[in-house]
Design a protein around this ligand. Structure first.
Ligand code: MG
Length: 264
C-alpha cells in the first residue's frame, strides 16, 4: 500500500498527545523519529487540539521530553483562532479559556457583555450556569461563537469527563446558531499548518493516534494519513470510522522506516 506516496513526503504534521508523548513521557523512539525526518530535509510541524495550554508551554514540555522544536512549528486551536480573529479586524472577545491559553489573545480587547466573538476552549470545572448564561447572552446579542473543538468527552483521572463539546452544543441549541470550529479535524486548521509548510497537501503526511480527527481530517485536506497504534488508538474505533489510513504504524518510531521506503 502507498508505494507511490511515501517517497513524495516532504512535510510531516505530528500530533502530540498519544503520538509523540503520553502524559509526561515521550513515546519510545519518538524524538529520534522527528530528528530522522528533519535530517532527510522533511519539514515538521506539530499540530494539537490541546486547548488549555499556550504554544510556549507546549514548547517547553516538548524540549523537556527531548524534542527539538521551535514556537512557529506548533499549531494549536489558539493559533488558528488568533489568526481567524486577526483577519476579522480588531474584534472584541469574550474568552472561555484557561489563563495559560488566554495569554495568546493579549492583542484583543476583552468584553464580557457585548463582544464580537465568544471563544470557547476548555475551562473544565469552571463551567456553571453563570458562565454558560453569560456566553449565551453575548451570542444572543449577536456575537459569533468560535469553538476550539466539539469533543464530547475524554478520559481523565478518575474516569470519563465531559469535554467542551456539550457546552458548545448547549450554546448552539439555546441561541439557535452553529459554532465555527477551529481545531482538528477542520480544514481551517489543517490549511493553516499547510500554508506554513508551503507544500502541496499531497506531499505532506499527518501522523496521529486519532483516526477521525488526525487521519480522516488530514485525508479530507488532501494529505497522506498515517495512523499510529499508541495513545487513544483502538482497533474498534478504526473499524467503525470508515477511515482507511494510507499507513498504519505500531508507533511513530516506525516513521523512519516508512520514509526510507522499507516495508512497514
Ligand atoms: Mg492524539
Amino acid at each position: 500500500m502507498g508505494e507511490r506516496t511515501r517517497s513524495d513526503i516532504r512535510g510531516v504534521l505530528f500530533d502530540l498527545d498519544g503520538t509523540l508523548y503520553l502524559g509526561d513521557e515521550a513515546i519510545a523512539g519518538a524524538p529520534d523519529a522527528v530528528e530522522a525526518a528533519r535530517s532527510r530535509g522533511i519539514a515538521c510541524r506539530f499540530v494539537t487540539n490541546t486547548s488549555t495550554k499556550s504554544a510556549q508551554t507546549i514548547l517547553e514540555k516538548m524540549h523537556a521530553l527531548g524534542f527539538a522544536a521551535e514556537a512557529p512549528e506548533i499549531f494549536t486551536p489558539s493559533t488558528a483562532c488568533v489568526s481567524f480573529l486577526r483577519e476579522a479586524g480588531a474584534p472584541k472577545v469574550m474568552l472561555l479559556l484557561e489563563p495559560d491559553a488566554a495569554e495568546e489573545f493579549a492583542e484583543f480587547e476583552r468584553d464580557e457583555v457585548a463582544p464580537d466573538y465568544v471563544v470557547v476552549g476548555d475551562i473544565g470545572e469552571r463551567w456553571d450556569y453563570h458562565v454558560l448564561n453569560g456566553a449565551f447572552r453575548a451570542v444572543q446579542n449577536g456575537a459569533h461563537l468560535l469553538a476550539y473543538h466539539k469533543s464530547r468527552y475524554y478520559r481523565g483521572a478518575g474516569g470519563i469527563r465531559l469535554d467542551a463539546g456539550p457546552f458548545v452544543a448547549a450554546l448552539e441549541y439555546a441561541a439557535g446558531v452553529e459554532a465555527t470550529v477551529l481545531g482538528k479535524p477542520t480544514q481551517t486548521f489543517f490549511s493553516l499548518a499547510l500554508r506554513s509548510l508551503d507544500l502541496p497537501a499531497a506531499a505532506v503526511a499527518m501522523v496521529g493516534d486519532d483516526v477521525e480527527n488526525d487521519v480522516g481530517g488530514a485525508q479530507a485536506a488532501g494529505m497522506i494519513g498515517v495512523l499510529v497504534k499508541t495513545g487513544k488508538h483502538r482497533e474498534e474505533a478504526l473499524q467503525r470510522s470508515g477511515v482507511a489510513p494510507e499507513f498504519v504504524l505500531d508507533s511513530v518510531a516506525g516513521l523512519q522506516a516508512l520514509l526510507t521506503g522499507a516495508s512497514v
